[in-house]
Design a protein around this ligand. Structure first.
Ligand SMILES: Nc1ncnc2c1ncn2[C@@H]1O[C@H](COP(=O)(O)OP(=O)(O)OP(=O)(O)O)[C@@H](O)[C@H]1O
Ligand SMILES: [Mg+2]
Length: 325
């Protein structure tokens, strides 16, 4: 924020600079404690200006960033005072926006902590219940069955914690930077996951990207796992070079994703049919992780409608710098 006092005296200019610096630092009241007495002592400013400054001070004192009205009146007191008021208002607006952003971030953080705790609580409570049952009725406990269930509950806890850890690390970029044959990875992951479905592959040969092979495999795994869960019968996987990039599409003939949810499903813990997804073991982290990995590799991931009416996930990544066609 700058405030120049054309034709004003040095005192007023210095006062404006001082005010601006303090307001920028969020010290609004502080700015006034210094600014107003200085302005009053300057003496050479007219009464009207001093009254205007005093009125701005009173308004500033009353302002609370949480309230909608965070403006001082751009009152009469001369052109320079009006400029000062406008500058104060611009700063107040920026402070209010920053405060709103911080509040939204805090709310997301609270929501995230609540969701994560809730997701972890379910398998932990199940584990505890099974153990207590076994302790109460050791003679009636089928050990193999108990251990099988407990391992599944533990897998679930471990899966959530691993995904959350990966999500926090992804902000720092991919774990490794190697040349990765995306065609080979897609083919291998499709073969691993797709038994029982009608799977069509249309893959350009040797599409090479740079990145962390484990993370890329993880991203592919999450997309194909979703396709497998949602497809009725058919899954189509395409991979092609498009300019300097690789484009992967994973399409199925399932229920698809409604337009209104096509961004939301990439948020952590979002499941459109929570009960059904949870029953299948889904925590709602797969797409958040997949998009996080795509972004860490300078790529993007979104969902569209597939030609067969289901969902079509589209991943774009830059080709390896030394293998561009
Ligand atoms: N191919 C798809 N067709 C229709 N809906 C989908 C598809 N893929 C994902 N979704 C919707 O998006 C939600 C979020 O997907 P995501 O992969 O993040 O979580 P999940 O599959 O439920 O659980 P997780 O991946 O953590 O095991 C799903 O619960 C589902 O509602
Ligand atoms: Mg999933």
């Amino acid at each position: 924020m700058t405030a120049t006092f054309r034709g004003g005296n040095g005192h007023v200019r210095a006062l404006a600079g001082c005010l601006c610096r303090r307001i920028r630092a969020g010290r609004v009241a502080d700015a006034l404690l210094i600014g107003v007495p200085a302005a009053l002592n300057a003496g050479r400013a007219g009464d009207r200006s001093l009254r205007a400054v005093a009125s701005i001070r009173l308004e500033l004192d009353a302002i609370n960033l949480k309230e909608a009205n965070t403006r001082v009146a751009e009152t009469d007191g001369g052109e320079e005072i009006a400029r000062l008021a406008r500058a104060v208002n611009r700063t107040l607006e920026r402070l209010r926006e920053a405060d709103d952003r911080a509040e939204r971030a805090r709310e997301r953080q609270r929501q995230f902590a609540a969701d994560a705790s809730h997701e972890l609580c379910t398998p932990i409570a199940a584990l505890r219940m099974r153990l207590e049952e076994a302790q109460l009725h050791p003679g009636e406990t089928d050990l193999d069955d108990l251990l099988g269930h407990m391992l599944r509950d533990l897998d679930r806890v471990q899966g959530i914690v691993t995904d959350l850890l990966l999500l926090t690390r992804l902000g720092a970029g991919p774990g490794r930077a190697e040349r990765v044959n995306l065609t080979a990875l897609v083919r291998a992951e499709a073969a691993r996951q797709m038994d029982g479905h009608d799977v069509h592959l249309g893959l350009d040969p040797a599409v090479i990207v740079d990145g962390d092979p484990e993370q890329i495999l993880r991203m592919l795994g999450n997309l194909l796992d979703n396709a497998r869960r949602h497809a009725v019968r058919t899954i189509r996987i395409g991979l092609r070079r498009a300019g300097d990039g690789a484009e992967l599409t994973v399409a199925d003939d399932g229920e698809g994703v409604p337009l209104a949810d096509r961004e939301r499903i990439f948020y952590r813990f979002v499941r459109l049919d929570a009960a059904r997804s949870r029953a299948r073991g889904g925590a709602g982290l797969g797409l958040a992780v997949a998009r996080g990995i795509a972004s860490a590799h300078h790529g993007s991931l979104h969902v569209e409608e597939s030609v067969c009416g289901g969902a079509c996930f589209v991943l774009r990544m830059p080709l390896s710098s030394d293998r561009r066609a």
